[in-house]
Design a protein. Structure first.
Lengths: 388, 331
């Protein structure tokens, strides 16, 4: 068993990648991800992992060179945030189409307009439909565990897809947390060396990234969708194996005190822990509150959600990003659509919270639950606590 | 009687001597969809003959990717990857980093495989410029070859920073007021020289042996190298397909596109240019993209070409390799 230590979460995420013995890291610095880039380069410079660190000149090149390296059969890690992720946007869907199991650590941060370096989820949301598997971590321990799990899931022959691990910028990246760092031997047992399906090597010549005419393009899209939809079984399998080996349980949707809940909050990322405290407080006051924490955003766990909402009268879905001119936040519209077919579906309301690093306190979650309990907001969705 | 029949003797000689100059092996095979007289497809075929099988190609989006990789067919007999338009240099640098790490760690056979990234003038000089600069500056053991046909030919002959002065393109047309592209062609080879890479060269499909020699030299370099290969585009230049080779030769003989190499900082002309260079008019007149030029405008081009030529000659005469410059201090 690994030792429980205090470590900054950004650094811990790089340490987790090191435990996976990556071959190549290609990272461009951006706040609040920079400590990941710095620590990965430290690890390489100290020879703790035998790897190449590419000091790319942009995020676009970070993911591009990650793809080139992954296509040779290397295990590759990259990391980014906010504008950097958007700059990678062109390459994101190509990485998944080419079935390259790159792991990307994303320090979630608001996207510009106005520029803001603090945390929300407006960077990952536009990348939702690029065909990457997306994990969301609650805390530092989950970040470490998920980075290691990500390699195992992505590299599985039944999956072969890139995976991003989302951790809230500053709230997680810059916070020192108690973390059980797995031992190298444990990780080696869990994660075998990467055995790629096809590589760029003259001994077996392949053409990668060919032109898909209309006769083939649609089939390629369907194939990618089948791959990511089916990957949920592998995610479950890997999480079960993790639980067995490391004793920490992971589920696509983690339910907290929802057995008899009347109103349940829905969160993704680090705010889940604050929301837990709010639920405890409400319970003490006799309010039957609960919480659903989404850990797996893509592929979306439809079945888990349907099971998780049973008996719940009102869902208060929180979003950390806005779909401008749309039906509400992206998590909200996803959940509402997922539950549309159900005969007994809960009322669903939507709060947009914590945009650009705006603090959300325990009492805010308490207030949201109280508002949501009415089953309807005065507006289709509410920018909670926002002036104007 | 066609030219090949008339020169039957020389073809026999070619059979005799060619094996020493170029392999019979084809790594870029026929059946692709390039236009008749495409200088770029020819240059790629030659380049791969010089590179040999231990090569991985990264191809920027553009004509060459489109004509050679229509799924489920491929013209490539070497490992080949295409990702997007602006990132051939960065994907290629990742290929190099991956191969190097895997070789060092004993995960693949211990032999040198060269990462070679290629792109057109738009993919290299414009949208891929930053990625190229990064890859060259970081010192990857890779070769980048820009196939410059002087406009965005794949998308329909739009102007790039490789488009020559006053050429008519679909976004810099010869209009009633503005006579085509208003600025001089960017000299990318010089910009890469300024990156202090060990080997930079210019080349052209019309001088195949010169080009292949340069590719072989670049392949040997342990570090970044760059070749700027000038290639004819009959479709974009509005020139007859059969003048593909002739136009490349005229570009050299007029001094418009001289062939040189810069090894360790030292300039050398690799193909001689006649003492009395041909007038630029000889090159311009065969191409529809220059049809609108007036004698005065041709004169402006002539003067600029003369200046560029003299500038290059100064470098050829006076430049020293870093090794030569190091010598006095070592004593």
């Amino acid at each position: 068993m690994g030792k429980r230590i205090g470590m900054e979460v950004a650094i811990a995420s790089a340490e987790a990648a090191a435990l996976c013995r990556f071959d190549v890291a290609a990272v461009y610095p951006i706040t609040p991800q920079s400590h990941v880039a710095e620590h990965l380069s430290d690890i390489v410079a100290d020879g703790r992992v035998d790897a190449s660190f590419i000091t790319v000149e942009s995020e676009h090149s970070a993911l591009s060179s990650a793809m080139g390296a992954s296509a040779t059969g290397a295990r590759v890690v990259t990391a980014t945030s906010s504008q950097g992720l958007l700059f990678m946007g062109e390459v994101m869907p190509i990485a998944s189409a080419m079935r390259l199991p790159i792991v990307m650590i994303i320090a979630n941060r608001a996207v510009s307009g106005p520029i803001n370096i603090w945390n929300d989820h407006s960077d990952i949301m536009p990348m939702r439909d690029t065909g990457w598997i997306s994990f969301f971590a609650d805390n530092g321990q989950e970040v470490v565990d998920m980075v290691i799990q990500a390699f195992k899931v992505g590299e599985d022959r039944r999956v072969m897809l890139p995976v991003n691990v989302n951790l809230d910028g500053f709230q997680l990246t810059h916070v020192v947390e108690p973390i059980v760092m797995p031992d190298q031997e444990e990780v080696d047992r869990f994660l075998p060396p990467y055995e790629p399906f096809a590589t760029l090597h003259p001994d077996k010549v392949v053409t990668m990234g060919a032109l898909g005419m209309p006769e083939f393009y649609a089939e390629a899209q369907k194939a990618k969708n089948v791959a990511i939809v089916n990957s949920i079984d592998v995610v479950r399998e890997v999480w079960k194996e993790w639980e067995k080996g490391f004793g920490r349980k992971y589920e696509p949707i983690h339910a907290y005190r929802t057995e008899d809940a009347d109103v349940a909050l829905v969160t993704m990322g680090s705010m889940g822990e604050t929301a837990e405290i709010a639920v405890d407080e409400l319970r003490r006051e006799g309010v039957k509150a609960g919480l659903l924490k989404i850990k797996l955003w893509r592929p979306f766990p439809f079945e888990d959600l349907k099971k998780a909402v049973k008996g719940i009268r009102v869902l208060a879905v929180t979003d950390r990003a806005c779909s401008f001119g749309g039906p509400g936040g992206p998590v909200f519209s996803e959940i509402r659509s997922a539950l549309y077919e159900g005969a007994k579906r809960p009322k669903i309301v939507n709060f947009l919270i914590g945009l650009g690093g705006r603090d959300v306190h325990v009492e805010d979650f308490v207030a949201m639950v109280r508002k949501a309990a009415k089953g309807k907001l005065s507006e289709p969705y509410e920018f909670y606590g926002v002036r104007g | 009687m066609n030219t090949a029949m008339k020169n039957i003797k020389s073809i026999e000689s070619f059979e005799l001597f060619a094996p020493k100059l170029a392999t019979r092996e084809e790594y870029f095979v026929g059946g692709h969809r390039a236009c008749q007289g495409c200088g770029e497809a020819l240059a790629i075929r030659l380049m791969l003959k010089a590179l040999g099988k231990d090569t991985v190609i990264t191809n920027a989006t553009g004509c060459m990717e489109v004509i050679s990789s229509v799924y489920p067919t491929t013209a490539w007999n070497v490992p080949w990857i295409h990702v997007a338009f602006p990132n051939s240099a960065s994907v290629g640098s990742g290929v190099e980093a991956g191969l190097t790490a895997l070789r060092r760690k004993g995960k693949i056979a211990d032999r040198r495989i060269k990462s070679v990234a290629i792109g057109g003038d738009g993919g290299t000089m414009d949208i891929g410029f930053q990625a190229l600069s990064g890859a060259m500056e970081r010192g990857h053991d890779m070769l980048y070859v820009c196939f410059d046909n002087e406009a965005y030919m794949n998308t329909g002959i739009q102007r790039s920073s490789g488009t020559p002065f006053l050429a008519s393109t679909t976004t810099a047309p010869a209009g009633k007021v503005i006579p085509g592209n208003q600025v001089w062609k960017k000299n990318l080879a010089e910009i890469i020289v300024a990156h202090n890479v060990p080997y930079v060269a210019t080349a052209c499909q019309s001088y195949p042996i010169d080009f292949m020699n340069k590719v072989k030299k670049a392949r040997k370099v342990k570090g970044p190298s760059y070749i700027h290969c000038f290639v004819t585009c009959p479709t974009g230049w509005r020139s007859p397909s059969e003048t593909c080779i002739k136009l490349g030769r005229l570009a050299l003989e007029t001094g418009i596109f001289p062939l040189y190499e810069v090894e360790d900082g030292k300039y050398r002309l690799t193909v001689e240019v006649p003492e009395k260079r041909r007038p630029v008019q000889d090159y311009l007149k065969g191409q529809g993209r220059f049809r609108h030029l007036t004698p005065d405008q041709i004169q402006v081009i002539q003067e600029r070409v003369d200046i560029e030529w003299e500038t290059l000659m100064i470098k050829v005469k006076n430049s020293r390799s870093r090794e030569e410059l190091r010598a006095p201090r070592a004593k």
